[in-house]
Design a protein around this ligand. Structure first.
Ligand SMILES: Nc1nc2c(ncn2[C@@H]2O[C@H](COP(=O)(O)OP(=O)(O)OP(=O)(O)O)[C@@H](O)[C@H]2O)c(=O)[nH]1
Ligand SMILES: [Mg+2]
Length: 286
């Protein structure tokens, strides 16, 4: 079985694609790269083809038209499963997600986490060069999703992740409905509903280096609405979803404080509760 496949969706990322692919390959020898390009008018797909021709660790998936980040990822994830990868990673092309974190994401998954999230909102994580408005929007978005869905994930909208293949095999990729930021929320929520553990590790999120944003009001509104749809018609938990409100494990906060440092946190289903129910626990690792 092959190790990691890093899926990088691109739309008009001509200035970034070569540098990000090379940085990713250099950052972790366990990881191959799949560029998923939606026929970018600026020629990103052809540039990626040239990279693939030079390097056997690079593949390119060309899609006929721009259908949003979520559709591109779903296509890439199916490809990764069909090609036998054990760990499937996702990352933006614009260096907001720095490849230096890839080994940590892989290590945590190899150590047993089912889904690892690069998280801006755990100790040690953060954002740089963001104005107050964007900070509030991002933090507010995670708080909104966390509150409505009742699971204690700190960074719900981030797109720097590593899935064990079993997660993607069992969360019903064919039924995923969202396309923009909501896609990140939906996949993490589906993983928790299926009983998988989610581990958040800190990342510092930088501004895109060059190129243009594809963020739109539509993507934002989709996330607002989709969270309620997930809440009211949960993909896998049926009517039990109201029982999912998190409950901290006794002593976990104290344990984290005693260690003096927290370099990640785990959200996991609680096996001592009814099926589908879950709680969360902070973890401190030296
Ligand atoms: N294949 C594909 N990739 C997309 C699509 N929309 C966005 N992307 C890629 O998804 C990643 C994230 O998009 P960004 O435009 O950076 O979104 P953002 O990070 O919210 O916005 P910025 O802060 O401006 O960077 C980038 O690598 C984009 O090229 C799409 O429709 N199809
Ligand atoms: Mg970006």
């Amino acid at each position: 079985m092959k190790q990691g496949l890093l899926c990088i969706p691109t739309y008009n990322e001509r200035e970034n694609v070569e540098a990000i692919v090379e940085a990713a390959l250099a950052a972790d020898p366990r990881v191959d790269v799949l560029v998923v390009d939606d026929s970018s008018p600026d020629g990103t797909g052809q540039l990626a083809d040239r990279l693939a021709a030079r390097n056997g660790r690079v593949q390119v998936l060309h899609r006929a038209r721009k259908e949003g980040l979520g559709r591109a990822y779903l296509h890439a994830f199916q490809w990764a499963l069909a090609h036998g990868y054990s760990y499937i990673l996702q990352m933006d092309a614009d260096f907001s997600h720095h490849p230096r974190y890839l080994p940590r994401l892989m290590d945590e998954a190899a150590a047993g986490a089912d889904l690892v999230l690069g998280s801006r909102y755990v100790r040690g994580g953060g954002t740089v060069n963001w104005g107050l408005g964007r900070r509030l929007l991002s933090r507010g978005g995670s708080l909104y999703a966390r509150t409505i869905l009742g699971v204690d994930v700190r960074d719900f909208t981030g797109g720097f992740k590593c899935f064990r293949r079993e997660v993607l095999e069992s969360i019903g990729l064919d039924e995923v409905r969202s396309t923009g930021y909501a896609f990140q929320i939906e996949l993490t929520y589906r993983a928790l509903l299926r009983g998988f553990t989610v581990r958040e590790v800190p990342i510092v999120f930088g501004d895109r280096r060059v190129g243009h944003s594809k963020m739109s009001r539509h993507i934002f509104l989709e996330a607002l609405i989709m969270v309620w749809r997930l809440r009211l018609a949960p993909p896998a938990a049926g009517a039990g979803a109201r029982a999912l409100l998190p409950r901290p494990s006794p002593g976990s906060e104290e344990a984290a404080k005693d260690m003096g440092t927290s370099v990640g946190r785990t959200v996991r289903p609680d096996s001592t509760r009814a099926p589908g129910a879950r709680t969360h626990r902070d973890e401190a690792r030296p």
